[in-house]
Design a protein around this ligand. Structure first.
Ligand SMILES: Cc1cc2nc3c(=O)[nH]c(=O)nc-3n(C[C@H](O)[C@H](O)[C@H](O)COP(=O)(O)OP(=O)(O)OC[C@H]3O[C@@H](n4cnc5c(N)ncnc54)[C@H](O)[C@@H]3O)c2cc1C
Length: 558
C-alpha cells in the first residue's frame, strides 16, 4: 500500500450524490488507505468544494479527488474544474458509467483528468487500488508538501502586510508569504471568501482567518501569551530587548514571580541585528534574532511569563504596589518594576516619508524585507553600525546598495571592522555628505530627491527600497509626572539623580537611590533607556541582571 508523505493530514476526497455509492467507495478507500490517509466523503459538488476550502485554510493536503460524473446541479467535470482552483496538485479521478466514457475522455482535456474509473469498481483490489496507488506515488513525488505554518496573503506595497510579516518574523512565528496577485495567494483569498480589498489576510495553522489583524489579535491567534495569569507579581519587566530578557532570566531564575511585558516582539533592537559580532562568547558572531530567541526560551524555562503585543502606557504608585497600566486600561501590579524600554528608530522627516512608510520606506525592517529586494537597487540612510550591518546583509541579494551618509566618512560613526567589510563589498556604494530631501511615489516609493549637503545641489534618483537607520530615541513620554528623565527623555537613575549629593525632592527613604534605581523606590531602569547608558547588547544584558540584584536588595529592606 502507498504511504503518504505526511500521514496525519493528507486527504483522499470522494464525492458521489448517491449516498449508498458514496458510502461504499469511502468504505473501500478506508479499508485500504485508512491507516495512512484521511478519507473525506461528500454527497454533492458544492459540499465537496466547501470541504476542500476548509481543508485548504487548515493547511491540509489533498492527494486524490474522486468525483462521480453524473451529479445534479454540478456534474463531476464542473466540480473537478473548480476543485482544480483550490488544490491544483491533487490527482483527479472521474467515476463514470460505461455510457459516459466520451464525457470522461473530454474531461481529460478540460480538467486535466488523471484517470477515469468505470463503475462498478469491484473488485477494488483489481480496479481501484492499483490506479490509486500509482496516483498517490505520482502525487508524493510532486512538490505539494504540507505548509503547517501561518499563511499571510498580502501585497508587496501594503504597509499593513509589511507590519504583519515583521511582527511574525520578529516573534519567530514561522509563516509563509503569498502575494495576493499570485495564483496560490488568489486561491487562499477565494477559499476564505475574501475579495482581497482588505489585506493582509492571515490564516493560522488551525484554519482561522484574520483580516487586517492588529498585533494583539495576531499574537493571541499564533500562540503568543497576551494576558498575565496573576494580578500581582514580585517583578514586572517592561520591554523585551536584551535588558528586559536579561532581567527576566535572572529574576525568574532567582525565584521572583516575574512577568515581562513587550509591546511588539521580544528581541528589541538586537532582534533586528543581522549579526552581532562583539557579544562575548560568540567568536563568529551571532544573529540578534537567534541570541534573543534563546534568551526568551531561557526566561520561559525559568518560569517568567512573557506577554507580547501589550504596550505599557502608565505607571502608578499605590502604597507598596507599583501598578503598570496597559493601553487597553487593564493593569498588573508588582512589588518592583524594571523599565527596559530601550529606544526606537528616529523617523526621517523628509516630505513623503511618512506616507510611504511600509511601502518602500522602512525603519529597521531589513531582515524581513531582504527577500523582497533580491536583485533590486536599495538605499540605506545612516552612517552608524546599524546602517552598516543592514548594508552588508542586504548586499547579499540586492543588485546594488547605496549608503547615504551625512558625514564626511563612515569612519567617524561606524566600527572599523564594518567599514572594512563595506569597502570590500563590490555592490555597495557610499555617498557621503548626502541627505534625503524628499521621497516620492504613488502607492509605493518610486523616487528620492537626494541633496548634497555642501553644495545644496539636488538629484532625482529612481528608488523602490529605502531603509532608514538615523539613530534612535527613548519613547518615555508615558512616564511624565512619575519617573524623572533627562532633556532627551532618557531615564535618570542612581548617581544621575543626585548630582549635588542630594536625592530628588520627593525621595522619602533615608538611603540614596540604588545605582539603577529611579526616583521611585522599587522602580529600576536597565539598558538603552537609561541616561548615559552604553548602548550595547552586553551592557543591556548586564544591567538587566544587575537591576534584579538591586530588586532583591530593595525587597529585603521594604
Ligand atoms: C540594527 C542594529 C544593530 C546593532 N548591533 C549591535 C552590535 O553588533 N553590538 C552591540 O553591542 N549592540 C548592537 N546594537 C545595539 C543593541 O541592540 C542595543 O544596545 C540593545 O538592544 C539595547 O537593549 P535594550 O533592552 O535596552 O533596548 P531595546 O533593544 O531597544 O529593547 C526595548 C524593548 O522594549 C519594548 N518597549 C518599549 N516601550 C515599551 C512599552 N511602553 N511597553 C512595552 N514594551 C515596550 C520595545 O518594543 C523593545 O522590544 C544594534 C542595534 C541595532 C538597531
Amino acid at each position: 500500500m502507498a504511504q503518504p508523505a505526511d500521514t496525519a493530514r493528507t486527504v483522499i476526497l470522494t464525492v458521489d450524490d448517491d449516498p449508498g455509492v458514496s458510502r461504499a467507495i469511502a468504505r473501500d478507500l478506508r479499508r485500504h488507505y485508512g491507516a495512512g490517509y484521511r478519507i473525506v466523503r461528500a454527497e454533492s459538488g458544492e459540499s465537496a468544494l466547501e470541504a476542500l476550502r476548509e481543508l485548504k485554510l487548515r493547511g491540509d493536503l489533498v492527494a486524490v479527488i474522486l468525483a462521480d460524473y453524473r451529479m445534479p446541479q454540478m456534474n463531476g467535470i464542473e466540480f473537478l474544474e473548480q476543485a482544480l482552483g483550490v488544490y491544483p496538485g491533487a490527482r483527479r479521478v472521474l467515476l463514470t458509467a460505461y455510457a459516459d466514457t466520451n464525457a470522461a475522455i473530454d474531461a481529460i482535456n478540460v480538467v486535466d483528468l488523471d484517470h477515469y474509473l468505470l463503475k462498478p469498481w469491484d473488485p477494488p483490489e483489481e480496479k481501484l487500488y492499483p490506479v490509486l496507488d500509482d496516483l498517490l506515488t505520482a502525487w508524493r513525488s510532486s512538490d505539494y508538501r504540507p505548509v503547517p505554518a501561518t499563511k499571510v496573503v498580502g501585497h508587496r506595497w501594503s504597509a499593513r502586510s509589511s507590519y504583519v510579516r515583521e511582527f511574525l518574523a520578529r516573534n519567530q512565528v514561522p509563516y509563509r508569504w503569498y502575494s495576493s496577485d499570485e495564483p496560490e495567494g488568489r486561491r487562499l483569498l477565494e477559499a476564505a471568501g475574501a475579495d482581497g480589498q482588505r489585506l493582509p489576510l492571515v490564516v493560522t495553522p488551525g484554519g482561522t482567518v484574520l483580516v487586517e489583524p492588529d498585533a494583539p489579535e495576531l499574537a493571541a491567534h499564533v500562540g503568543l501569551a497576551t494576558t498575565p495569569t496573576a494580578d500581582f507579581y514580585d517583578l514586572v519587566v517592561i520591554g523585551g530587548g536584551p535588558a528586559g530578557l536579561g532581567a527576566a532570566v535572572y529574576g525568574a531564575s532567582e525565584g521572583l514571580r516575574t512577568v515581562l511585558v513587550e509591546r511588539s516582539a521580544t528581541g528589541g533592537q538586537a532582534g533586528q541585528s543581522s549579526r552581532i559580532e562583539n557579544y562575548l562568547g560568540f567568536p563568529d558572531g551571532v544573529s540578534g534574532g537567534q541570541l534573543t530567541e534563546r534568551a526568551r526560551r531561557q526566561a520561559g524555562r525559568f518560569g517568567a511569563e512573557i506577554l507580547t503585543a501589550r504596550e505599557v502606557t502608565g505607571l502608578e504608585v499605590n502604597g507598596a504596589a507599583r501598578v503598570v497600566r496597559f493601553s487597553d486600561g487593564s493593569a498588573v501590579a508588582a512589588q518592583s518594576v524594571i523599565l527596559a524600554t530601550g529606544v526606537t528608530y528616529r523617523q526621517l522627516r523628509a516630505p513623503g516619508c511618512d506616507d510611504l512608510t511600509g511601502r518602500g520606506v522602512y525603519y529597521g525592517s531589513s531582515l524581513t524585507e531582504a527577500s523582497s529586494c533580491q536583485g533590486e537597487d536599495v538605499y540605506i540612510v545612516g552612517g552608524a553600525n546599524s546602517a552598516g550591518q543592514a548594508a552588508m546583509y542586504l548586499a547579499r541579494g540586492a543588485k546594488s546598495v547605496t549608503l547615504l551618509v551625512r558625514g564626511e566618512s563612515l569612519r567617524a560613526s561606524m566600527s572599523y571592522y564594518l567599514v572594512q567589510q563595506i569597502e570590500e563589498a563590490p555592490n555597495i556604494t557610499v555617498r557621503t555628505r548626502t541627505e534625503v530631501e524628499a521621497a516620492h511615489g504613488e502607492g509605493h516609493l518610486e523616487q528620492l530627491t537626494l541633496r548634497d549637503v555642501d553644495s545644496g545641489a539636488t538629484e532625482l534618483v529612481d528608488a523602490q527600497w529605502m531603509f532608514v537607520f538615523i539613530g534612535a530615541a527613548p519613547l518615555t513620554d508615558w512616564l511624565d509626572g512619575t519617573v524623572l528623565r533627562d532633556e532627551h527623555g532618557f531615564i535618570l537613575a542612581g548617581p544621575d539623580l543626585t548630582p549635588d549629593g542630594r536625592p530628588p525632592a520627593e525621595w522619602e527613604l533615608d538611603r540614596p537611590p540604588y545605582h539603577l534605581e529611579t526616583n521611585i523606590p522599587g522602580v529600576f531602569v536597565a539598558g538603552d533607556a537609561r541616561a548615559r547608558s552604553a548602548k550595547r547588547v552586553a551592557s543591556a544584558v548586564g544591567e538587566g541582571a544587575m537591576a534584579v540584584m538591586l530588586v532583591h536588595r530593595y525587597l529585603e529592606q521594604s
